[in-house]
Write a protein of this length. Structure first.
Length: 545
């Protein structure tokens, strides 16, 4: 799918508070480029005029001007880099925030699960970083070059109209014909680069994630062959892109050189002074620096558009849930009722005709084999997935009439793969309630029966748990996730296979502590191991087939 220019602009548009920073970056860029042109023009005039040995006082102004333009070129270029990068990174931050907000609505129910992890990573990192290139290497350089080149043409036209016209023609060719030719020669390669990078990232990511299995099954050569093939495609596209960039640079030099030769020819027959003649011949050479980024910017624009198009394609994925235009207020009661629920993914229904009542504070155990719809039901209860038919009501109000964030403010989820971040125990808990006191953190840990364990650790709450909680056992990871859920203080707890990957003894202990810690909350346990539920826990048992 090809995203429209309007869609891409909506994706990367800066907020109003950043526009003045971008304008300041443009202004300093124009001053830096203008200083470069003025430096060469003034130097040409000064050297030629000095050859006639006039009184030194007549040369003081151009001497000071040369110094000023020389210093100004460096100062303004530094300021342009500083302000431009600051503005571009602010735009990038806002763009990432918009993208993250959109992905929050797509990712939870598995809407992105069909995509390769490496390609998804490339879209969200490498392709999104194209926002920096858009401003720093495309829009700002083109705008600064256009303003500076126009001013240069105007200056030369004042000195000699014919020379100004010749330079204007050279600038026009350099800014239109050269980029067009480059686009024709490299457009296909540039559009392929973003996709090829995604393939390389996908191959590398999959190789790292499955390294153990790859070695165990002696499939290293196959993985490397796949990686080499993806890398070869990327290298071929980048080679064609580099060839086009070289061609553009050569043509730009020809344009600038042609403008200088035109100044030489036209100036030699005009009635002008030697100093003006030198300015006409040498000033166009300064445009090589000013216009040097135009061909590359035009070429990069194709790649940036392709990268942002890949991001937009991801964001255009259909939302699994349609939020109500005017959501109803959250009801006071927490009674849940499922009526004739039909829901699924793609063309297949996973659940069809399911009905059950879950009064506030009740214990409901829903069991069934893998693929029977347990996780699908969890997604519906948290409003991550829209039913095709039927409804789920909370205190008589259809969840479809409530905002999804409202629903998730009272319904919490604990899964078999609840993510534990590579940080401290404290930071993992604070995800549930930022700003919570240590007392509340310890209370949640003790309710999850993990407090004694953490107290014995040398660093206590500041203990680092490693990647995916690698320094914790399976049971400890689940208890940490449970403590986080209890700290969030949800009224309804949905537990999706919390004992998966745990042995029977650990699973029984976890469920016993879990039901005890839940207090008067509603607990919906989704499991294919109902025998682990303690006998003393009163519950409603529902079997899915």
């Amino acid at each position: 799918m090809n995203a429209s220019t309007a869609e891409l602009w909506h994706l990367v548009r800066p907020e109003r508070r950043i526009w003045w920073r971008l304008f300041l970056a443009l202004l300093t860029g124009v001053l830096a480029a203008g200083s470069a042109v003025a430096l060469l023009a003034t130097s040409a005039w000064l050297i030629t005029a000095a050859a006639a040995q006039p009184p030194v006082l007549l040369l003081l102004v151009p001497i000071v001007a040369v110094r000023a333009f020389g210093v100004g070129r460096g100062v303004f270029r530094y300021a342009e880099r500083l302000v431009g990068h600051d503005a571009a990174y602010r735009v990038l931050g806002e763009t990432r925030a918009r993208i993250t907000g959109r992905l929050e609505k797509l990712a939870p129910p598995g809407g992105l699960s069909s995509r390769r992890k490496g390609d998804l990573l490339a879209r969200l990192v490498l392709d999104v970083d194209a926002v920096l290139d858009l401003w720093l290497r495309v829009l700002l350089p083109i705008a600064a070059a256009a303003v500076t080149a126009t001013a240069t043409v105007a200056l030369l036209a004042v000195l000699l109209p014919e020379a100004g016209a010749a330079v204007a023609l050279a600038v026009l060719v350099a800014c239109t014909a050269v980029p067009w030719l480059m686009a024709q020669t490299a457009a296909r390669a540039e559009r392929k680069i973003a996709g090829s990078r995604g393939e390389v990232a996908a191959a590398a990511t999959e190789a790292l994630l499955t390294a153990g299995d790859v070695v165990a099954f002696n499939a290293v050569d196959d993985i490397l062959s796949s990686f080499d093939a993806s890398d070869a495609k990327l290298a071929n596209s980048e080679r064609r892109s580099a060839w086009s960039a070289g061609l553009g640079s050569a043509l730009l030099i020809l344009c600038v050189g042609g403008a200088s030769v035109a100044g030489l020819v036209l100036g030699s027959t005009a009635d002008i002074t030697g100093a003006v003649f030198a300015v006409l011949v040498l000033t166009p050479l300064a445009l090589a620096d000013v216009l040097g980024g135009i061909p590359a910017a035009a070429q990069l624009a194709i790649r940036v558009r392709a990268s942002l198009g890949r991001v937009q394609e991801l964001l255009d994925s259909p939302e699994p849930v349609t939020e109500p235009a005017k959501p109803l207020p959250l009801p006071d009661g927490r009674d849940l009722e499922v009526k004739l629920l039909r829901v699924g993914y793609g063309a297949d229904d996973v659940l069809d005709g399911l009905s059950l009542d879950m009064p506030a504070g009740s214990r409901v155990v829903i069991t069934g084999p893998s693929g029977s719809g347990k996780s699908t039901l969890a997604a519906v209860l948290l409003r991550f997935l829209e039913p095709r038919a039927g409804e789920v009501r909370m205190d008589g109000v259809d969840l479809a009439e409530l905002d999804g964030d409202q629903v998730r403010s009272v319904v919490g989820l604990l899964t078999q793969e609840s993510h534990v971040f590579d940080t401290s125990i404290r930071e993992n808990l604070l995800l549930a309630k930022p700003g919570a006191s240590d007392l509340k953190l310890w209370k949640a840990l003790y309710r999850a029966r993990l407090g004694v364990f953490v107290e014995k650790l040398p660093d206590g709450l500041d203990t680092m748990v490693g990647e995916h909680g690698a320094r914790l056992s399976g049971g400890e990871r689940q208890r940490l996730a449970l403590a986080r859920l209890l700290l969030a203080d949800r009224d309804v707890l949905v537990l999706d296979e919390p004992t998966e990957h745990l042995d029977e003894e650990t699973g029984r202990a976890l469920l016993a502590d879990l039901f005890a810690a839940a207090g008067d909350r509603t607990v919906v346990l989704l499991t294919h191991r109902p025998e682990l539920v303690p006998d003393h826990v009163p519950r409603q048992l529902v079997r899915l087939t």
